[in-house]
Write a protein that binds this ligand. Structure first.
Ligand code: FE2
Length: 276
């Protein structure tokens, strides 16, 4: 690590970020092969990574972070799903419950490949923490400072792009109900209107949903609706609202009384938080 003449380490430079991007392209490409099913699913994650990077840069700029912080934020987005590639190659699923914790796997990959060795120790730690915790149901209360900031940023940016991915998936299912979509998403559940009342209760009470409780795609959609309470930054909520994801998502839910009440509650919360 280089030291400036007046004593503190030089932070991550733009060209360093470009090197990390080239490493990511090379690493994720290692898992492409003859199996087109695997390739298509891996490309989905390459694309998700690129979009999460642009979402986080947009978010970090909205929050007026400085240039170095924006670069670190982008790095967390670049690597947040690096564990997805070995996960899918080995298990042919993105379902963590049936395979491995892909956030933790991502940290193992970064360590084993010594990817972050050129970064100052504090920045390396923030990136590893954000990657390792980006997919946790909730965050440990001990998490503080920049580690917490970058973890919150990547969780929001990830959710913004997952909204796009799953809305495309739901539309695909609706338009081709007979033929299964060729792309795997984390959710492998039957598309039926039934739902688990425990999921509805958790979302109504603004609590994180235990993924093991999801039994149908309706449960998954309810859980996703509850993400509005888990978004850390108002610009993230504004982005999801501007893209029309919430209205679209509500359109995919069966409208019984309990769900309608929940939808009104969620929309009221969004209005309040966006100052409308
Ligand atoms: Fe992820």
């Amino acid at each position: 690590m280089m030291i400036r003449p007046y004593g503190y380490p030089i932070r991550m430079e733009r060209n360093q970020l470009e090197r990390f991007k080239r490493w990511f392209t090379e690493y994720s490409g290692r898992f492409l092969g003859d199996d087109e099913y695997v390739n298509a699913n891996l490309r989905l994650k390459q694309e998700h990574t690129a979009r999460t990077c642009s979402e986080i840069v947009h978010l970090a700029q909205e929050l007026a972070l400085d240039d170095n912080e924006v670069r670190i934020a982008e790095l967390t987005a670049l690597f947040h799903d690096v564990g997805r590639f070995p996960q899918f190659a080995q298990y042919r699923t993105y379902n963590d419950l049936r395979s491995i914790d892909h956030g933790q796997k991502g940290v193992e990959v970064l360590r084993a490949e010594r990817v972050l060795d050129s970064l100052p120790a504090d920045e390396r730690q923030w990136v590893q923490t954000a990657v390792g915790l980006h997919n946790r149901k909730s965050l440990p209360s001990t998490l503080k400072g920049r580690a917490l900031l970058f973890t919150k940023l990547v969780r929001d940016a990830d959710k913004i792009d997952i909204f796009r991915v799953v809305m495309e998936y739901y539309r695909c299912r609706r338009n081709n109900p007979q033929s299964p979509c060729t792309l795997e998403i984390e959710i492998e559940l039957p598309d039926t209107p039934q739902y688990n009342p425990e999921v509805l209760d958790a979302v109504t009470n603004e609590q994180a949903v235990d993924w093991a409780k999801l039994r149908t795609l309706t449960d998954a959609r309810l859980c996703q609706l509850g993400w509005v309470y888990d978004l850390n930054f108002t610009p993230s909520l504004r982005r999801i609202d501007e893209c029309g994801y919430l209205t679209d998502l509500i359109g995919f839910l069966p409208q019984d009384d309990a769900i309608q009440r929940l939808c009104w509650k969620v929309l009221e919360y969004v209005d309040l938080r966006l100052g409308r």
